[in-house]
Design a protein around this ligand. Structure first.
Ligand code: GDP
Length: 326
């Protein structure tokens, strides 16, 4: 028995047991992902989950206070009303500085505890401010195999948007009226990353329309991420529900355009390879990276997580023997 996770031996950790065990089993499995990170059992579970990916993963990002949590609540309500099973990964960078902020913040998501088909997991941004930690990426991979829709809420301007772009299918970037955010985004060079842009708090009227005009202008100068998708800029208010329906439709439309394109499988495969490269770079730097052929290793190992497990062991072995011979 693992004391931290309350799990018996990890071989029982499979998608089937998690599905059968409901929210409690998922909660425990997510804790096991953190506690037993890098173990073979976890790598197997994650590769199984990656293979059974079924959800549309939506990333919702933007600066603090822009209205992400409020919008997350609205999106959850809409998707649940349509009978979709929804998982949420809420990444909170403030917890890096004050542990209390995390729970305080996330209780703002008012979900029904008796609803089996909505699950919210909050996590700290850990080593990457506003970005996605390894735990967040693995939680997304697992939840992607269990729900119809996974919403990933992150805070940030800059680096975190590229993190979210590789871990999610549709990126929604929120901009606050009157904040000069669009200028910031242009400077940070992240205008190319979102698939949908929204100006929140549209009930603020002229300020919101002005922000939309700025974003339209900035977008017209930016490179397009996909040539068959033109990024909509929507005015949305969670207060009076303005634009919410358009947002829901835009999210669906982007997903169907992804699925219709023959790029989708390649896109998910690229996500695996990018993830593996990032992982090895963090652990072993450029020298480690130079020793692997990521696409081949993923195929050989049967998935990126097992590939990570095998490569890590091998590079550690090589490092140890080099040190010993010196
Ligand atoms: P987050 O930090 O991005 O998650 O932002 P929150 O969802 O917590 O919202 C920050 C503040 O903006 C809160 O006081 C909300 O009540 C307010 N807010 C959120 N959405 C709207 C909106 O559509 N209109 C207005 N006027 N205020 C909003």
């Amino acid at each position: 028995m693992n004391k931290r996770t309350g799990l018996h031996q990890t071989p029982s950790l499979s998608l089937t047991t998690i599905r059968e065990g409901g929210k409690r089993a998922l909660s425990r499995a997510l804790s096991a992902l953190e506690a037993e990170e890098g173990s073979e059992a976890i790598a197997r579970l994650l590769d199984e989950a990656a293979e059974h990916a079924q959800a549309h993963v939506v990333g919702l990002t933007g600066p603090p206070g822009v209205g992400k949590s409020t919008l997350t609540n609205s999106l959850i309500r809409h998707w649940r009303a349509r009978g979709e099973r929804v998982g949420v990964v809420a990444v909170d960078p403030s917890s890096r500085f004050s542990m209390g902020a995390l729970l305080g913040d996330r209780t703002r998501l008012d979900t029904d505890p008796s609803d089996r088909d909505i699950f919210v997991r909050s996590m700290a941004a850990r080593d990457r401010l506003g970005g996605l930690s390894h735990e967040a990426v693995t939680a997304i991979v697992l939840m992607r195999a269990l729900f119809d829709r996974v919403l990933v809420e992150t805070v940030g301007i800059g680096q975190s948007e590229s993190d979210i772009a590789f871990a999610t299918d549709t990126v929604v970037l929120c901009i606050q009226p009157g904040s000069g955010d669009s200028l910031q985004f242009m400077k940070a060079g992240v205008m190319e990353l979102p698939d949908i842009m929204i100006i929140t708090k549209a009930d603020l009227g002229p300020l919101a329309r002005r922000a939309k005009a700025d974003v339209d202008g900035a977008l017209s100068l930016a490179m397009r991420k996909e040539k068959d998708w033109s990024v909509p800029v929507l005015l949305v208010s969670a207060v009076d529900d303005t634009g919410l329906q358009q947002l829901i439709e835009a999210i669906d439309l982007h997903y169907s355009s992804l699925l219709d394109s023959d790029r989708f499988l390649a896109f998910r495969q690229d996500q695996s390879t990018v993830w593996l490269l990032d992982r090895i770079r963090r652990k072993f730097g450029e020298i480690g990276l130079a020793q692997i052929d990521p696409a081949a290793e993923v195929t050989l190992a049967g998935g990126p997580f097992m590939a990570d497990h095998i490569i890590t062991k091998e590079l550690e072995r090589r490092l140890n023997s080099t040190i010993r011979t010196k």
